[in-house]
Design a protein. Structure first.
Length: 556
């Protein structure tokens, strides 16, 4: 079921899923946007669309299958955007039989959408204006109960910042999970919607067509996931384990992307995070959603032993730490907490602050200055709004030509010069520079074969995002484990080829939307300085031929 809300006049309609099609998550967002939204519309206008979509297996026992996709036209890239997150919301949607929530129009006053078994109501949310996410989530839980799931547009969304996130409640009810990239918080807030709360207390778990077959498929997938050494290490060290990995291969952004390794990396490593968790009462091996078996999340406590932030991820540590020359893990954790409170993406924020070093407005290692810039964003000062609109906007404001972005979205924390397959994905993904759109870690320093690898990885990830599964299961390249879950649940007879064709269709729709929005094929490239500027310590440049990059989606 799709719930369509015209927030302008309060009309709420229920639409059945298209007959004969399996649609969920990212795939459902691309379907609805290409069907209903004019690609040329302003992302923050009344005519734009904001969508939340659950994956095909949301609400079931399929492992790590409760990712929530948020979508719309991005105010950051100007193209289609799907960003996904863990948390409880998609799982609760699945238990209420809701596949998507699609919002158009604009409310006259700030609103809260409340969803439960009885339906959807629109309530006045004026009292929740200008609240940070932690305060907001606390007040919403006090009003609606401790068991609700929450999605919120955040303070940055209310300010219509292009770097605003969608905050999603975690298993502890905290706003620590974010559909972070592309500025979708501003799209949601432009509708006049501060938050959506969902209560599945009277919900029912969706039932598979073939119960025994589905149970066997779940068992096989779980066993395969838990057998992977990477998944085992994620449970122990969380995603900060990649500090050591990227340090070793020279791909961790350091000093505004001018180096690929950080001298003080051990101070911000996964081992250090785990040691502090043990000594301060934090917790490793924390699940970010009800169906999670990997448990890569964690809670980080400050020196006083009190909770400071949750899910201090590798990307955050690299972009607010090494990229800014900051080795104070507690300081990085404070900045992560502040970004969660404001509803801003840590990747984009770290990149935007980092380039200020090129014009003398930031000195590497200056934690106080970095935290001060976050407060500028919170206060909505002119400088704060510049930084809060992302690295591309910040570069334009200060006349900086060395911009670490693709399609105006900041390059993530795996350097395109030292992991060149990832660089091809950054260049070609319809989502802009996105490390989760198609990871390629094979032969990282080679200049050959990456077009084919990126193409396959992007197809696999488009399909996985549509199922609603987390890529940290590392079975995105193993459709033989995923297809039985779908077939036994829905009674379909998909082959692995048909499953991958599904991923191809998602990409075709996204590319078509972007072309109609004015993003041409010439935009599928990396900044020229990545081809010219060697990255220590490997001294690599991005040297994958542009002609190879242009072949990635040829005959998709």
């Amino acid at each position: 079921m799709i719930i369509r809300v015209d927030i302008s006049d309060g009309r709420i309609q229920k639409e059945q899923m298209p007959e004969g099609q399996l649609l969920g998550g990212r795939g459902l967002i691309s379907y609805l946007l290409t069907r209903d939204c004019d690609p040329k519309v302003h992302p923050l206008s009344r005519k734009s669309h904001f969508i939340l979509a659950a994956g095909l297996l949301a609400g079931t026992k399929a492992p790590n299958s409760a990712r929530l996709s948020a979508g719309g036209k991005s105010p950051l890239t100007g193209g289609i955007k799907e960003a996904n997150s863990g948390g409880t919301f998609a799982y609760q949607m699945g238990r209420l039989g809701i596949r998507a929530i699609q919002i158009t129009g604009r409310a006259d006053s700030l609103s809260i959408l409340r969803i439960d078994r009885k339906g959807v109501t629109i309530e006045n949310g004026s009292e929740f204006s200008n609240l940070d996410n932690y305060t907001l989530f606390g007040k919403l839980r006090k009003r609606y109960g401790d068991k609700i799931g929450i999605v919120a547009s955040g303070l940055a969304g209310e300010m219509r910042l292009a770097n605003s996130t969608i905050a999603v409640s975690d298993m502890d009810g905290r706003p620590s999970r974010h559909a972070a990239r592309g500025g979708l918080g501003a799209v949601m807030a432009s509708k006049g919607v501060k938050a959506i709360v969902i209560d599945d207390s009277e919900g029912i778990a969706p039932q598979p067509v073939n119960s025994e077959g589905f149970k066997s498929a779940v068992k096989a997938a779980v066993e395969a996931i838990l057998a992977k050494p990477t998944c085992q290490n994620l449970s122990k060290l969380g995603t900060p384990m990649w500090v050591d990995t990227d340090q070793a291969r020279g791909s961790m952004p350091t000093f505004n992307y001018r180096a690929g390794a950080y001298e003080h990396f051990q101070k911000i490593s996964g081992i250090t995070v785990a040691e502090l968790a043990k000594n301060r009462g934090g917790r490793m091996g924390h699940a970010c959603m009800p169906s999670c078996v990997v448990r890569c999340s964690h809670t980080y406590h400050g020196p006083d032993g009190r909770h400071l932030t949750s899910a201090l991820e590798y990307e955050t540590i690299a972009m607010l730490g090494a990229n800014l020359g900051i080795d104070d893990l507690d300081g990085i954790a404070r900045m992560d907490r502040r970004c969660d409170e404001l509803g801003i993406d840590t990747i984009e924020t770290g990149a935007a602050i980092g380039i200020l070093s090129d014009v003398g407005l930031f000195r590497f290692g200056d934690l106080e200055a970095a935290e001060g810039y976050l407060e500028e964003i919170a206060q909505g000062t002119p400088l704060g709004r510049i930084i809060g609109n992302g690295v591309h906007f910040t570069a334009q404001a200060f006349g900086i030509d060395r911009v670490p972005a693709v399609k105006r979205q900041a390059i993530p924390a795996h350097s395109a010069r030292a992991v060149k397959g990832w660089g091809v994905t950054y260049a070609t993904s319809p989502q802009g520079a996105d490390h989760s759109a198609g990871p390629v870690g094979v032969e990282p320093l080679s200049s050959e074969g990456h077009a084919e690898r990126s193409r396959l990885a992007q197809i696999q990830m488009a399909a996985l995002d549509s199922v609603g599964m987390c890529w940290f299961t590392f079975i995105y390249s193993m459709p033989g484990l995923i297809v039985p879950l779908i077939n036994n649940f829905y009674g379909t007879t998909w082959t692995e080829k048909e499953y991958l064709d599904w991923g191809r269709q998602v990409l075709r729709q996204e590319i078509a939307f972007n072309r109609a929005a004015g993003i041409s094929v010439e935009g599928d490239c990396l900044p020229e300085w990545l081809r010219e500027e060697p990255l220590p310590p490997k001294n690599a440049v991005f040297d994958v031929p542009q002609k190879d990059i242009q072949l990635v989606f040829q005959d998709l």
